[in-house]
Ligand binder design. Structure first.
Ligand SMILES: Cc1cc2nc3c(=O)[nH]c(=O)nc-3n(C[C@H](O)[C@H](O)[C@H](O)COP(=O)(O)O)c2cc1C
Length: 353
């Protein structure tokens, strides 16, 4: 069966507004008749922050979920096979479209509106109905588990555990370099590149932006590190992370394909939050550093940082009472003003075969 090419093009253009590490958009597509081949480009994500390409798989999960949702609105049933061919590890999915009368997914209209919001959120909880509706949106993925807390003290602890990412990143020369390489400093630069971490989306005050510019030189950063400056930044961010209505975590089995499912579930939560006019922020550094250390691939950390990372990860598992699997990602959700800026996306690369 041949599907309208224009429909597929539109579906992929809409779906490509998926989140990805530092807006790397590590994907391209091949389309043959009614089949969409979703291909990962993990080299666009940095290995230290992307243990076993699992950050790429999370982004692909979100992308694939968007394709499924968008297809339903174009009147197609989408059958997804994830990692269909072991000999092609970067082929994350083959999605077969069939004409049918699927129920159009109401999350479709908010795919283009989904965005990261790194602002401070309001100190206001969700109603029970809101909370249920939010969490139910991702309940169909049985292989993963979502835990959510509204408790203020628990959120404070998790905020602290997530913010050690900043300490480790700014005190380690290699990570410092990587972080600053990903920052896009101005709107003109961003509108050309359409990838990277656009400064304005970081939600810093003008004096903080000026300090960040100074810190891009490792020599200057080192001086500031003598004053334990990274710790001061982390403390500030920890408060921000703990702000809002609640924090959640997605727990997976220690299998690569489950990170893709975590991405699918996360995207549904994010879109649901967007539909409910809530803000959403994904925070993952602590979890990726920890996985790297466990598997001895990330021998770039000092002994002191390894201890900080282990303690932080243990705190997360303790607070959420995790006794199996791996914490794949954490997020916060809540009411907030609109983000100050959005990240641009590239048009998807589609190869028609
Ligand atoms: C695997 C993964 C990890 C991410 N980790 C973080 C993070 O630790 N902190 C953060 O602020 N954003 C994080 N993000 C969000 C991306 O930076 C964001 O999606 C990207 O810059 C595009 O912006 P958008 O979400 O507004 O479209 C992550 C996204 C993905 C897919």
């Amino acid at each position: 069966m041949v599907i309208n090419k224009e429909d597929i093009k539109k579906i992929l253009e809409i779906a490509a507004n998926a989140p990805s590490g530092s807006n790397s958009q590590p994907w391209k597509f091949k389309v043959k008749d009614n089949q969409i081949y979703v291909i990962a480009l993990p080299e666009k994500d940095h290995p230290i922050l992307n243990y076993r390409n699992r950050g790429t798989w999370i982004a692909h999960g979100a992308l694939i979920e968007n394709i499924v949702i968008a297809s339903s609105s174009f009147g197609y049933e989408a059958k997804v096979k994830i990692f269909p061919d072991l000999s092609q590890p970067n082929l994350t999915a083959v999605i077969e479209l069939a004409l049918g009368l699927p129920k159009s997914d109401s999350l479709f209209s908010v795919i283009p509106l989904r965005a990261t919001n790194r602002k401070q959120y309001e100190d206001r909880l969700l109603s029970d109905v809101q909370k249920q509706e939010f969490l139910k949106s991702a309940s169909s993925f049985k292989e993963i588990e979502i835990k959510f807390t509204e408790d203020k003290e628990q959120r404070r602890l998790i905020g602290e555990a997530l913010s050690i990412n900043e300490v480790v990143t700014l005190e380690n020369e290699k990570l410092h370099k990587l972080f600053f390489e990903e920052i896009v400093w101005s709107r003109p630069e961003e509108s050309i590149k359409k990838s990277g971490l656009y400064l304005k989306t970081m939600e810093l005050e003008p004096p903080q932006q000026a300090v960040l510019k100074l810190l891009r030189r490792w020599r200057v950063m080192k001086l500031f590190n003598h004053l334990k400056f990274a710790g001061i930044i982390a403390k500030d961010n920890a408060k921000r992370y703990a702000s809002g209505a609640g924090m959640g975590i997605i727990i997976v089995n220690d299998r690569d394909e489950d990170f893709l499912l975590a991405g699918r579930a996360m995207e549904r939560l994010w879109l649901k939050a967007t539909q409910m006019r809530l803000s959403f922020h994904l925070i993952t550094g602590t979890m990726f550093f920890w996985q790297g250390i466990q598997n001895d691939t990330a021998n770039i950390f000092s002994k002191e940082h390894i201890e900080i990372i282990n303690n932080a990860y243990n705190k997360i598992t303790e607070v959420f009472n995790i006794n199996r699997g791996v914490a794949a990602l954490a997020f916060r959700v809540g009411l907030s003003k609109e983000p100050s800026a959005l990240s641009s996306k590239k048009p998807p690369e589609i190869i028609w075969v």
